[in-house]
Design a protein around this ligand. Structure first.
Ligand SMILES: Nc1ncnc2c1ncn2[C@@H]1O[C@H](COP(=O)(O)OP(=O)(O)OP(=O)(O)O)[C@@H](O)[C@H]1O
Length: 633
């Protein structure tokens, strides 16, 4: 609908849903609206400062960047004004009418309707501008982009009910004003004292001044009245440039929340000034909860790059390796040029040094939690692992120089504990190794139950040897990089040549040789029957309860990895597994002595070994037919 120059447009469907949910689930935390809007105003100022490096005329003789917060008790409004970059008409429509984040659809599909759970999720998603609707029943945005004429101003307005209007206005000053028309029950916000205390609490660290009109005691009226003089409410110096000792824990927390849009305090942080070859300040935060798009490897890191306090860019993926993409914070370099581009960043040795130093810092912070004497800290690390462990595992391939450190931070499910929880470190495993045990054993499978009940574990159970149970998708990939820990090789229990080292006793070795001799004929015959399915058929002593299992040859990919590659539509080599049979099992003895249905029995043995390790039978119909036939015998 268009009236004069006013147009009414619909919000993207997700925004309608977000607004509804947010108003309900964030109500108990409603003061954050001001933090979010001030943080946007500060970002807009940062962007202008950056653009103006190459185009100073954008300042239009007004280069003192500041944010003003004002209220009008009569109109019952609060306004937040910045003289930052501003928005054009198209930008207003795109930025305030749609959500341009990847993974938005998935995020909305996760919402449960349970207010408390959803509030946390929304916190992880980041509500930003729309949080204004928690306290306002109508929001007006007036903006004019730096560099455009006064006539190219724009007014956006919405009652948060599914549509918004947009019209052209004349706006002398560049920048943006957000006007919140408060809901009747929010009128207590119309107070200098209240607004100042919210600003100090949540936005003190904002690096440009946040100003309000001063209040003075008026004798005549005998009350506080608002004057036309502005005063700074916040400290207005970039938090990371301040001395550590002058920053309170709470200020760090609020700073983190404001740059990350997280609702919870961070798990830990590290604030340092690095001097020497390269000079920079790093303030790095590890969140408690994974953001909703953590699994998106293209997600950029949450690090902001500044050069000598001038904001340069968000999400600079050059500053942190991808496996640490959950880290949020600020890097402020004293060496990089102000006009640095993403291309320059890629090449820069300073940036490489910053990345190495920052990765180390983060790993050290985590290591400090993981190996802390304080049990509560170790528990915090466990929580971290549960949230971010799978991403950290990517580091084994991505960050070779820190492999040892990362290996020390890994946690696994293990046969030692009767639980799916990933709590065992490699260090603990090594400490528990049996005398004579030389390797760290693991099994990979699609699920915890498949791993735990894998026939490959039988001999290990019998001998009381611990085996790590690896069931995350990233594990197989990780294992191609993580081949040893503290000089102990990692060995799959499902690969050929199971060498138990000193753990296998002489008697067993003799038994195996004896059995191989005894069953030579059977093995040959089975091999013939399975020539299209199995590479070889062997006797094994690794089984105690199962009649057979499949293994991969030492240098070939495991069955689990082959299945994963195929499932991902990737090219997988066409390798056949080796069937190992348990000579002591009655079924094997039965097959040996049978003359009837030898081929059927052999196929069944192979197919059930494949099933037991989570594989898919190529011809399930024939398998079922054979089983039924045998059941009726
Ligand atoms: N005061 C402002 N000046 C200029 N642009 C703004 C301002 N406020 C918001 N915007 C624009 O609107 C976009 C959407 O804002 P919103 O707060 O919803 O999300 P965001 O800040 O991008 O994301 P998040 O809050 O999750 O970090 C911003 O990215 C920015 O481009």
């Amino acid at each position: 609908m268009t009236v004069a120059n006013k147009e009414t447009l619909d919000f993207q469907a997700e925004i309608k849903q977000l607004l509804k949910l947010m108003i309900h689930s964030l109500y108990s935390n409603k003061e954050i609206f001001l933090r979010e809007l001030i943080s946007n105003a500060s970002d807009a100022s940062d962007k202008l400062r950056f653009e103006a490096i190459n185009q100073p005329s954008l300042y239009e003789s007004d280069s003192e960047l500041a944010i003003q917060v004002a209220f009008d008790p009569t109109a019952k409004t609060i306004s937040i004004t910045d003289n930052g970059i501003g928005m054009s008409r198209d930008e207003v429509i795109a930025n305030l009418g749609t959500i341009a984040k990847s993974g938005t659809k998935e995020f909305f599909s996760k919402l449960s309707g349970d207010q408390q759970k959803d509030a946390t999720l929304i916190g992880q998603f980041g509500v930003g501008f729309y949080s204004g609707f928690i306290v306002a029943d109508r929001v007006t945005v007036e903006s004019r982009k730096a560099g455009l004429t006064a006539e190219e101003g724009v007014r956006w307005e919405s009652a948060g009910d599914g549509e918004f209007t947009i019209e052209a206005i004349t706006r002398a000053k560049r920048g943006t004003t957000i006007i919140l028309h408060l809901k009747p029950e929010e009128e207590e916000l119309l107070s200098s004292w209240k607004l100042k205390s919210i600003i100090r609490k949540y936005s003190d660290h904002i690096s440009i001044p946040i100003q309000m009109f001063k209040e003075e005691w008026d004798e005549k009226e005998s009350k506080q009245v608002v004057t036309s003089e502005l005063e700074n409410v916040n400290e207005a110096s970039a938090l990371w440039t301040r001395n550590k000792n002058d920053i309170t824990e709470e200020q760090y927390q609020e700073f983190y929340k404001s740059i990350s849009h997280d609702f919870e305090a961070p798990l830990c942080y590290s604030h340092n000034r690095v001097e020497g070859r390269s000079e920079f300040t790093q303030l790095l935060f590890v969140p408690k909860k994974a953001p909703f798009d953590l699994w998106d490897r293209s997600k950029r890191s949450g690090l902001k790059l500044y050069v000598k306090r001038v904001f340069i860019m968000d999400d600079s993926e050059q500053l942190m390796p991808s496996y640490l993409r959950f880290v949020a914070g600020v890097i402020d370099s004293a060496d990089l040029p102000l006009n640095v581009s993403r291309e320059i960043l890629q090449e820069s040795r300073d940036v490489k040094f910053i990345r190495e130093s920052s990765s180390k810092r983060v790993l050290n912070m985590l290591d400090d939690l993981a190996n802390n004497e304080d049990e509560a800290k170790r528990a915090q690390y466990q929580d971290f692992w549960n949230e971010f462990g799978q991403v950290l595992k990517e580091g084994t391939g991505e960050d070779a120089p820190n492999l040892e450190k990362i290996a020390g931070l890994l946690r696994f499910a293990s046969t030692q504990n009767d639980s799916e929880a990933q709590t065992t470190s490699l260090k603990e495993y090594v400490e528990r190794m049996k005398e004579g045990q030389e390797k760290i054993y693991y099994v990979t499978a699609e699920s915890y139950l498949a791993a735990k009940n894998s026939p490959h574990l039988e001999i290990f159970k019998k001998k009381g040897i611990e085996v790590l149970l690896l069931t995350d998708r990233v594990d197989e990939w990780m294992l191609s990089y993580l081949t040893e820990f503290n000089g102990k090789a990692l060995a799959s229990v499902a690969k050929g040549g199971l060498d138990l080292g000193d753990l296998a006793d002489e008697k067993e070795k003799e038994e195996q040789i004896e059995a191989e001799k005894q069953y030579t004929f059977l093995l040959q015959k089975m091999k013939k029957t399975l020539e299209n399915k199995a590479k070889d058929v062997r006797i094994t002593l690794r089984l105690t309860d199962s009649p057979a299992c499949l293994i991969a040859d030492e240098n070939e990919l495991s069955g689990n990895l082959l299945r994963m590659l195929k499932a991902a539509g990737q090219q997988a080599p066409d390798t056949k597994p080796i069937l190992e049979i348990n000579p002591d099992h009655p079924l094997v003895k039965k097959i040996e002595s049978t003359t009837d249905h030898f081929d059927d029995w052999t196929h069944i043995l192979f197919d059930q070994a494949l099933l037991a390790e989570g594989g898919h039978i190529e011809d399930p119909g024939s398998f079922v037919k054979r089983i039924n036939q045998m059941l009726l015998m």
